[in-house]
Write a protein of this length. Sequence first.
Length: 122
Amino acid sequence: MEIVIALGSIVAITALAAFVNTMKVFPVNVCPICTGVALTWFWILGGMYLDTLEPGRWSLVAAIAMGGSVVGIAYQLERRLPRAGSRGLFWKSLFIPAGFAAAERARQFREERDAPEIYERK
């Protein structure tokens, strides 16, 4: 059920972002699907942190969406880096693992708060 809720959220936020683009609210257009995915995993993480969503049920959904965001950002960087050419693979090889590590760190934040003894450094 969680994935259905997340997909509904992505669709709804994407539609809203596309509508906002047509209204010319911002000086540049935002990527509607990127906005939908990012805001969805953001509210999921917020709900887990505030104890309104059960991490055992929502962590995987958040992780999948966050991974999609990381890959999407890497794709956009490759398109926008001047003269990336053959170095595009090099930049993606650096960015994607770093992005996954950052996403996992964000996902673990609530777990550290609730069970600090597991994450204490020795």
